[in-house]
Structures are given as structure tokens and as C-alpha cells.
Design a protein around this ligand. Structure first.
Ligand code: AMP
Ligand code: GLY
Length: 420
């Protein structure tokens, strides 16, 4: 089989490595991939948002199966375009990807179908939004409606900060049209859990839970990033909570999308907060999370491509989805300065026989050089979470590039929760 994966980060590298375990895969293309992914796939210089070129390439190469991994092409309708040309594809169509593409949509969906989430109001008018934050409880969370590279959520600790957030999003339009509307919602507290799930719109099968570390600095300080590391499973997410989530969140979401005529097929990601009043949805993503995928897929013992093919055929109920009892930890190594200014172009040396997922690197004269904020993710597994974390930090020591920065406390909070 010829497989094509759209995207070019650490998540896509993890997906590609897993798909390659299927013996029927002859060739795998990454669009655009990156210098590290080039060790596992043929990289093609087509951007993940360039839908016309992606479709032309798939047709020309007679691709047997395509996976669209990032949010942008999914929300823009890449799956619809590929399927229209007869290419079998994994991922939600445009109508279903709106669950991530519009926060106003997803909040209204949850309200309509009684799916637990923070209370909220949506505004298309800046003056009305400003009037609302004049009197709402503080802290409050201000969110741009559309995609904003993971930066469209502002937790305002003061009324002034809330007003600034509204003006930044709706007035200055720093996220472009994604800021035509804002969602202003109740601030919740509690441990966060990421649950990625497979669904074909009929059956939903949650994957092993995980915990992201979004802030740049140790102790969950500093700016929000795309994610500085992950562990799986998430010790806060007990069997009891998982059963509750299945009944109050997972199944109701799939059913709600069906009732809206927006049946979801692909990987549906639930960003949950375990509040005192029970688990609530913080956000939906219409795709695999990054860097959650880098700990979840290594723990998948079943065949990923087979699961994806079954989802395409709406036969997920017949697929084997089995996860290891082990734990996994991923430490992201970034360029010093990320998520703000950083330098790139430094040579990377790393062992070839490890689960290292490359996110931002290029090949230059046969050498791998840094080419992004998040450069790579080092994943290790262990019988216990502690073992996985220790092994990951041991492997980190064997990787080197100038200006490397990584958090030293990935999994620390999870270990504390385990010991409670
Ligand atoms: P998102 O971009 O939607 O993943 O949000 C980024 C982060 O903001 C989440 O991971 C949470 O830590 C935080 N967040 C979002 N919504 C809320 C909320 N209603 N209450 C508290 N924290 C929130
Ligand atoms: N790690 C969070 C995300 O992929 O959005």
C-alpha cells in the first residue's frame, strides 16, 4: 500500500512510525514532513494547507490511503477534497472539523446536548463583549472563536486583562478572522486530562489518557506553548472517571454530531478538566494532539493502519484496539527562547535507535539541523511512569544541539498524583 500523511511535526512523525509497522505498507509520503521524518518517509515539498496540490499529488501517485493530521487542512476541507477524488482518507470532513474550528459552535453543541462544560457567552460585537466583562466574575477566560495556533485562549486574572483580551482578539484582530467572535467563559479549576479517541461516527474507542505540559517553564510557569512534554496514562484519570466520561461526554458528543448532520470520523480529542463538579470539556480537537500522540501511539499494541482502514469503512467495532499496560513519557527539546524568539540552524546529533520524534528540523548537506521552536520529542516507555520519565531524561542526555532547552519536570505532577 502507498500511504500519505499530511503534516510535518512530531505528531506526524509518530503517526508515520506507527503506520510503518504494518507489513503491507510499501511506501509512505509526508507532505511536507521534515528533515527528521525523512528517515522514515519520502518527504514531498507541499504545504499542509495547499489542498489542491495535496489532492493532485494523491491522484498522481495513486495513494491507497491518506491521513490528514493537522487542524488547518481538516478545517479547510482537505478530507472532503481527497474523498471527492476517490482517495480513502482518515480524518473528519469539513462539516465535522468545525468542532475544533469554531469554539462558538462547540460550546453551543455542548449546551444543546447537555454535555458538561464551562458556562459561557458568545459575542460578535466588541462593545457587547466589553460590557459583559465589566460585570462577569473574575478570573474569566476569553477565547477567539476560530483557530489561532493554540494561542487564542487568554485567562484573564483581572477585569483590565479581560478587556485587553477582547480588544486584542476583536479589535486588533491578531488572530485575523478567527477573532470575529469571542467566547467568554467561566474559569474552571482542576487537573487536566487529554483523551484522544478513535471514532467512525458509530463507535467510539478512547485511547489511553495523557497529560500535556503546556507552559514553557518548570513548575507550569512561563508562556503557553504547543506542549513541552507529555505522559501517559494520566494518573488523575481513574477507571471510574473514564466510565463517567464515556456516558456523559464521549458518546453524547458523537451522537450530538450525528444529530446535527455532522457525523465525525477520525480522531476526536477531548481536552477535559476534572472539576469538583465532575469532568467537563475544556476543548475539542478534531485530530491527534501534539505532543500527546508521541506518548499514546507508542503504547498502542494494535495495528494503527488497520484501525484507520476500519474507521474508513465504518467498522471500528470490528477493529482490535489494545494498549500496553506500560507508561510512556515524552520530553520535548526546544530551541532556547521558544515560544518567542529563537535561533535555528544548529546541527543535531541523536541516537538512531530510539523513539525520537522530530518536529522542527531540516536536512542540510546530509546533516540534520534545527529548524523550529520545538525541535524534537524524546519518548521512552517503562513498567511504571517513574521508569518511563527517568529513561526519557537519560535519552535526552544523548541528544545534543546548540541552544537546546527542555523542561526538567515533565511528569512530576503526575508522579505526585500517583503517590497520593
Ligand atoms: P485551549 O487552547 O482551548 O486548549 O486552552 C488552553 C488552555 O487554557 C487549556 O489547556 C486550559 O489550561 C486553559 N483553559 C481553557 N479554558 C479554560 C477554562 N474555562 N477554565 C480554566 N482554564 C481554561
Ligand atoms: N497538545 C494540545 C493540542 O494538540 O492541541
Amino acid at each position: 500500500m502507498k500511504v500519505m500523511v499530511v503534516g510535518g511535526g512530531g505528531r506526524e512523525h509518530a503517526i508515520i512510525k506507527k503506520i510503518k509497522e504494518n507489513g503491507k505498507v510499501e511506501e509512505i509520503f509526508a507532505l511536507p514532513g521534515n528533515g527528521g521524518i525523512a528517515a522514515d518517509a519520502t518527504c514531498v515539498d507541499i504545504g499542509a494547507k495547499d489542498i489542491d496540490k495535496i489532492v493532485d499529488f494523491a491522484v498522481e501517485k495513486a495513494i491507497d490511503f491518506a491521513v490528514v493530521a493537522p487542524d488547518d487542512p481538516l478545517v479547510l476541507g482537505a478530507v472532503d477534497a481527497l474523498k471527492a477524488k476517490g482517495i480513502k482518507t482518515f480524518g473528519p470532513d469539513k462539516k465535522a472539523a468545525i468542532i475544533e474550528g469554531s469554539k462558538a459552535f462547540s460550546k453551543d453543541l455542548m449546551k444543546k446536548y447537555n454535555i458538561p462544560t464551562a458556562s459561557y457567552e458568545t459575542f460578535s460585537d466588541m462593545e457587547e463583549a466589553l460590557a459583559h466583562v465589566e460585570s462577569c466574575p473574575i478570573p474569566v477566560v476569553v477565547k477567539a472563536d476560530g483557530l489561532a495556533l493554540g494561542k487564542g485562549v487568554i485567562i484573564a486574572e483581572t477585569r483590565e486583562a479581560a478587556k485587553d483580551a477582547v480588544v486584542t482578539i476583536m479589535g486588533d484582530k491578531v488572530f485575523g478572522d478567527s477573532g470575529n467572535k469571542v467566547v467568554i467563559e467561566e474559569f474552571l479549576t482542576g487537573p487536566e486530562v487529554s483523551v484522544l479517541s478513535f471514532t467512525d461516527g458509530k463507535t467510539i474507542v478512547p485511547m489511553v489518557s495523557s497529560m500535556d505540559h503546556k507552559r514553557a517553564l518548570d513548575g507550569d510557569k512561563g508562556l503557553n506553548t504547543g506542549g513541552m512534554g507529555t505522559v501517559a496514562p494520566n494518573p488523575y484519570y481513574t477507571d471510574e472517571i473514564s466510565k463517567e466520561c464515556m456516558e456523559t461526554i464521549f458518546k453524547p458528543t458523537v451522537e450530538a454530531m450525528n444529530k446535527e448532520g455532522r457525523s465525525f470520523s477520525g480522531c476526536l480529542y477531548f481536552g477535559l478538566m476534572l472539576t469538583e463538579k465532575g469532568p467537563k470539556v475544556i476543548e475539542y480537537n478534531c485530530r491527534f494532539g501534539d505532543p500527546e500522540t508521541q506518548v499514546v501511539l507508542p503504547l498502542l499494541e494494535s495495528d494503527l493502519l488497520d484501525i484507520m482502514l476500519k474507521i474508513y469503512d465504518q467498522e471500528l467495532d470490528k477493529a482490535e484496539v489494545r494498549f500496553s499496560e506500560k507508561s510512556a513519557a515524552c520530553v520535548v527539546m526546544a530551541s532556547e527562547g521558544y515560544p518567542q524568539k529563537y535561533e535555528t540552524g544548529f546541527e543535531i546529533t541523536m541516537p538512531a535507535d530510539k523513539n525520537i520524534y522530530v518536529a522542527g528540523a531540516k536536512l542540510k548537506e546530509g546533516k540534520l539541523i534545527t529548524g523550529g521552536g520545538r525541535v524534537l520529542g524524546v519518548t521512552e516507555m517503562g513498567k511504571t511512569l517513574e521508569e518511563a520519565i527517568n529513561k526519557a531524561y537519560e535519552t535526552v542526555k544523548t541528544v545534543s544541539f546548540d541552544n537546546a532547552y527542555y523542561r526538567k519536570d515533565i511528569g512530576k505532577r503526575a508522579l505526585m498524583a500517583e503517590r497520593k
